[in-house]
Design a protein around this ligand. Sequence first.
Ligand SMILES: NC(=O)c1ccc[n+]([C@@H]2O[C@H](COP(=O)([O-])OP(=O)(O)OC[C@H]3O[C@@H](n4cnc5c(N)ncnc54)[C@H](OP(=O)(O)O)[C@@H]3O)[C@@H](O)[C@H]2O)c1
Length: 280
Amino acid sequence: MAWRMGFVGAGVMAEVMIAGLLDEGVVRPERILASNRRASRSAELRDRYGIRTTADNREVVANSDLVVLSVKPQNLAGVLAELRGAVPSEVLVLSIVAGASMRALREGLAHDRVARCMPNLPCRIRQGVSVWTAPADLAEADETRVRTLLGVMGEEIRVQDEGHVDRATAVNGTGPAIVAHFVKALLEAATYIGESRTVARETVLATVIGTAEMIRRAGRDGVHVAQLIDEVTSPGGTTSRALQVLKQGRFDAVLTDAVDAAHQRTLELGARLEEALREP
Ligand SMILES: NC(=O)c1ccc[n+]([C@@H]2O[C@H](COP(=O)([O-])OP(=O)(O)OC[C@H]3O[C@@H](n4cnc5c(N)ncnc54)[C@H](OP(=O)(O)O)[C@@H]3O)[C@@H](O)[C@H]2O)c1
């Protein structure tokens, strides 16, 4: 399926998508148009991928079938104001901006055909997961384009209720930092008990990746993660001792508070953006 792909804001995430689309042969480079503030960045992308670039965001929406808004949250209000009323009615605008609600996008652009997505860090190595939402009456062609685009970065999950995207911002968006923090702490713990850094790195990473895969497979067979923990916890054994210490340190509660704080912050950012859009 040939379509014209646009990006407003050609930073890290836009490049991940551009590289994925081209690698998979989904869209030809001349059908990709990206805008960016810095001319040097545009030149870099032109040289690297042979795509077309512009400094004019309105040119992107006027010449694309699907446009990704991939600027930072603090730049979004300005971009929406600039694009307001300029998006042709048949164009689908997909925002990946953290916190930007469907309402803010629709009102900011004065355009109904919008979708919202939360990708995550591992998308950069095409092992990410993107949670996205769009109006229930999204055209089939638009859905296929979005799924294909997000599919080049890993898994994609379409949800009807936008609340899932806000929660995904806290869970899969913040999740990589939380998991990385956990890995760092486990590495430090391993060296604390005298393990060499090399062995610690190999064992910790293999354990995290292997366990995640095991949990995934068990889930497919209907086995809950708690059951797996139970299986490796013999009474009076080593795992039992370790889990008891985690409990004493309120590990689960701290994790819940962290994710809850990220979720609250997402909602806060969304509300702030809506306020900024209402300001004259
Ligand atoms: N990075 C991630 O892992 C990740 C994950 C999930 C969601 N996101 C979301 O994805 C969005 C983009 O993130 P990113 O990491 O790709 O950021 P980034 O690398 O900073 O890219 C943003 C790009 O937008 C450009 N830009 C800023 N204002 C502009 C304007 N008015 N018109 C045109 N271009 C403009 C910037 O240009 P200059 O550099 O010249 O300012 C920059 O190249 C963010 O909203 C973030 O919430 C990112």
